[in-house]
Design a protein around this ligand. Structure first.
Ligand code: C2O
Length: 573
């Protein structure tokens, strides 16, 4: 009897072992090394010492499957502090690997290194990674592509080819100098000189046509473009001449397919689209240029192009023989109607479980501001309008990043004096947010204020743009979460009439919401990922000015609801 028992225990053990081995067999641990280094990059006829990953611009594309684990050792061989953020990765219980400087870690110093370890859980589609320190992400970014688990497939016919399309923004200067100068003067930073597609500017800029990005297609085939707006400060329109897109995903969540001839992506956002080779074999431009919603603000109005080339198209080898590619028509720079129609087309593929019975109903204003010149400042340092300095805030708090500890470390170790938890749940003063705002409301207060959430709380945030200085479409990004965008609109959010417009059936799930200019968006999520999570405008110029806040999400019950311990090589300040 005893032997039989032993035998069955051994058998059961073997069975369990086989089961777990089988379920793990598909998930892989990928190891990579990212060396941050200065690299010569020539654009607009001029060579710059750009900061890159492994000498590549854009940086390497990472391709994983849902369920895989990434271990990326980042070695800092450049002269700046750096961190890397895995934009849109949920980082469930691994907040230490999220990356925003002074939020989840101190920067990796020149000469230092840090290994980011995290698992992709329940996400499929296109994300990206980028530096999250000063303005380094101008050149330090790349695609992070998440395929379905082995044996699983897309919810659409398998595309013949897949191409990441990274939209970027190029300064004919050192971006770090640009932001440092702006921080000194208090003025708006110099605008960029060009946009890029996969690092290349395209035919419309000087010294650029021979390196134009070519995307091939064959007649009749359907391909997937994974479009990422990696630009620092500019929402962008994107189109391909004579072709339509079928949108199938955004921010690593699938969407109900819809067709459109133009996309708009705020910085931080991604959109997966299918494109079919249904036009006469030729060469067609794909082009991106600004969507500019701010008023009286200078912006880069240039256009970047790449070429969609049919494989059977006449050979362009001999100059002048092949006709010029066909150019798409892009919306006007300020075409908010097109943006609205586009963003209202996004739906989840099917009915989803949107949190109801909200525990935390929050209302956050987002917008710019102007600080009066501090008495000890020379006037050269107050070059904003009428001798002021530009600033930005959420709920009238202009976020100040700590310098001596990361927020996550301070939270986890109970270090006092680094932050307070009194971020207001509503604006301290109610006013006509999108009207003609009194100058007396232009100066926010500075602070490192966080908002605490209990594990599992159901959160709703109304994000309201203000017209202070200028209204603007702000791409608001939340770290550590995806959220449902249940409504958006113009003017001031009005709970009495706008609540009835909430889509609680099939709203899109995203990590970055482009809040309409002079309008609002409502998002919902469940705070089920413990840690400290930054929420900010993804226009880097606005983070620089303080358009950010952070949530503390407390641990829940038991290990699976608790933040993991910090890795031993976590950079400290
Ligand atoms: Cu794309 Cu704070 O990040």
């Amino acid at each position: 009897m005893q032997t039989f028992k032993n035998f069955s225990i051994i058998f059961l053990g073997l069975f369990l072992f086989l089961c777990s081995a089988l379920s793990l067999a598909n998930a892989e641990v990928q190891q990579h090394q990212f060396v941050i280094q200065a690299t010569k990059v020539k654009r607009l006829c001029k060579t710059h010492n750009s900061i890159t990953v492994n000498g590549m611009f854009p940086g390497p594309t990472l391709e994983v499957r849902n369920g895989d684990t990434l271990e990326v050792k980042v070695v800092n061989k450049c002269r700046y502090n750096v961190t890397i953020h895995w934009h849109g990765v949920r980082q469930i219980r691994t907040g230490w690997a999220d990356g925003p400087e002074f939020v989840t870690q101190c920067p990796i110093r020149p000469g230092g290194s840090y290994t980011y370890r995290f698992t992709i859980q329940g996400q499929e589609g296109t994300l990206w990674w980028h530096a999250h320190s000063s303005w380094l992400r101008a050149t330090v970014y790349g695609a992070l592509i998440i395929h379905p688990r082995e044996g699983e497939s897309y919810p659409f016919p398998k595309p013949k080819r897949e191409t990441p399309i990274l939209l970027g923004e190029w300064w004919d200067a050192n971006p770090i100098d640009v932001v440092r100068e702006a921080t000194r003067t208090g003025a708006t930073p110099n605008i960029s000189d060009a946009y890029t597609i996969n690092g290349q500017l395209g035919d419309l800029y000087k010294c650029s046509s021979k390196d134009t990005t070519i995307v091939s297609i064959d007649s009749g085939e359907t391909n997937l473009l994974r479009v990422i707006n990696a630009a620092l400060n500019q929402p962008l329109f994107f189109s391909v001449a004579n072709h339509k897109f079928t949108v199938v995903g955004a921010d690593a969540s699938y969407t109900k397919p819809f067709t459109t001839s133009v996309l708009m992506l705020g910085p931080g956002q991604t959109t997966d689209v299918l494109i079919t080779g249904d036009q006469p074999p030729a060469r067609y431009y794909m082009a991106a240029r600004a969507y500019q919603s701010a008023q009286n603000a200078p912006f880069d109005n240039t256009t970047t192009t790449a070429i969609l080339e049919y494989k059977s198209a006449p050979c362009p080898a001999k100059k002048g023989l092949a006709p010029k590619p066909i150019m798409p028509s892009l919306p006007a720079y300020n075409d908010t109607n097109t943006v609205t129609a586009f963003s209202r087309s996004f739906k989840s593929p099917r009915k989803v479980e949107v949190p109801t019975d909200i525990d935390e109903s929050l209302f956050f204003t987002v917008g710019l501001g102007l600080n009066n010149c501090p008495p000890n400042f020379h006037k050269s340092r107050c070059q904003g309008p009428n001798g002021t300095r530009f600033t930005a805030s959420m709920n009238n708090v202009s976020f100040v990043f700590p310098r001596n500890f990361s927020l996550l470390q301070a939270h986890q170790q109970g270090i006092p004096g680094v932050f307070t938890t009194d971020f207001p749940r509503t604006p301290p003063v109610k006013f006509d947010y999108t009207g003609n705002v009194s100058q007396s409301l232009f100066q926010p207060i500075a602070g490192t204020k966080l908002y605490k959430l209990k594990y599992g709380s159901r959160v709703q945030i109304v994000i309201q743009d203000t017209s202070i200085v200028t209204p603007e479409n702000h791409p608001i990004h939340l770290h550590g979460y995806d959220f449902y965008i249940i409504a958006e609109g113009f003017g001031n959010f009005n709970p009495k009439k706008d609540t009835s417009k909430f889509n609680l059936v099939d709203p899109p799930l995203r990590n970055t919401v482009a809040v309409p200019v002079n309008g609002w968006a409502v998002i919902r999520f469940i705070a089920d990922n413990p840690g400290v999570w930054l929420m900010h405008c993804h226009l880097d110029v606005h983070i620089t000015w303080g358009l950010a806040m952070a949530f503390i999400v407390e641990n829940g019950v038991g290990e699976l609801q608790t933040l993991q311990p910090p890795p031993p090589d976590l950079p400290l300040c």
